[in-house]
Design a protein around this ligand. Sequence first.
Ligand code: ADP
Ligand code: ZN
Length: 523
Amino acid sequence: LAEPDLTPLDQAREILRRTFGHADFRGMQADVIAEVLAGRSALAVLPTGGGKSLCYQIPSMIRPGLGLVVSPLIALMTDQVAAMQQSGVAAARLDSNIDPSEKAETWRRIDAGELDLLYLSPEGLMQPWMMDRLARTPLALIAIDEAHCVSQWGHDFRPEYRMLGRLAEIFPDVPRLAVTATADARTRDDIRGELKLTGSREFVASFARPELILSAERKRGAAQKRVVELVTARPNRSGVVYAGSRDGTEKIAEALRAAGVPALAYHAGLERTLRTQRLEEFLEADAAVMVATIAFGMGVDKPDVRFVIHADPPASIEAYWQEIGRAGRDGDPAEGITLYGASDLAWALRRIGERDVDEQVKQVQVRKVRQLYTLLDGTGCRAGAVRRYFGEEGVEACGQCDLCTGAVETTDATEAAQKALSAAHRLAGRFGRGRLVDHLLGKTKDVSAQESSLSTWGIGTEFNATQWRDLTEQLLFEGLLREDPNDGRPLVGLGDAEAVRAVFRGERRVAMRKHPEGPEDSG
Ligand code: ADP
Ligand code: ZN
């Protein structure tokens, strides 16, 4: 009697064990792989470290033909290809740094059907001659790594990714798999639209990291002093302190050393050998503190990091989760502590304003910064907010962050929220946030007779402008209000209709943080 044939997924599991040495699939890997093996395109959102690469590597090895992997960074490609080759997988890359003889050898292997995986940059792939050659090559799949790069709503927009939309027409029969670690709902919609994945299944893994205990506090005075307090209160543990500037890392490391903490500074301005040396020292130490800019991170995997402290806030919620996520890799409890202030927000906004990018891209970056600060200064579970931001549904409060454990006093602002939502409704999405606040206060300059006759004009005298701004941002973050880009002049309108109705009916309460020392005006 013949053995029953292995299903494609059994085959995938075999490869997982034999070639990659892992006992079983994790999270959504098996679902994503099964979808691609069935020849269907998909979008997969898995957290960093969630094992995205296997989702396209294994199907490329099983399905007949060559698997193409589009990746934005040559450094990432180089690492992945080297790792694949070490595991005995037939993988290669083609980019401008590859010398001609190696290129010729890669093409020989492609033509002979010997290669399973080929890594390319988007612009490398979309060259006409490359398209011509690949049109004559049987393809197993096309994987688009870091797919959020296609979206202006993502945190790392790359215009060259836009070209990848044409793959759908050029290779209609080849399954395409878009993968990313960070995609809020809007970015996901954009990915699906741009990459023509509208009919495809979407897999969103859980972003939960139950071992992480999150907190954030407003800066009071110098951050450096507070960092020293926080670190010395956690003796004999390894940690990372992120600072916004090279100079900042040096100063904080110095202050920590003066307080008896073995601290090292790390940033891109250091000589390469020194950087490597400090990195190794940190990785080997039982307890050391690395004070670093974000130059420190990619590929750093020290399992026993017990805390990550942001002396200056990260750039976005994506960056926050990624940077905090370097703590607790061993699964034991670890802390993520973020210090932030109104001046950090202003600085971040100013920097975006100075960037040499599209106005629309700037607006997205501004929005992401605001969302981050609304999270930092918010009142609801932090871990829950991050996970909802990444598109998870049915998220429950973590029960262990500073907001869940009640370290922050809040006040009920449901009535004020109802006023703001009514005003946004009356203004019918014609105005931006500043105008909404002016409207509530009855301070709109050059107000039209039509606007001043609305029942919501001037109904918000219980709050000052700063409080209304805080609340508006919070409502944006909670999805009760939404902002539409409108060519760089975002307009505020009502968000999720169901949620808005719940607030009007008083079924959903809106809590706002109490500022004991009175609201500070961020201008
Ligand atoms: P991502 O690209 O999602 O950040 P990677 O694909 O680089 O993640 O995988 C992260 C790590 O997890 C790698 O070291 C990989 O070998 C490991 N890994 C992936 N899948 C599994 C699995 N099913 N079981 C155990 N380890 C896995
Ligand atoms: Zn919580």
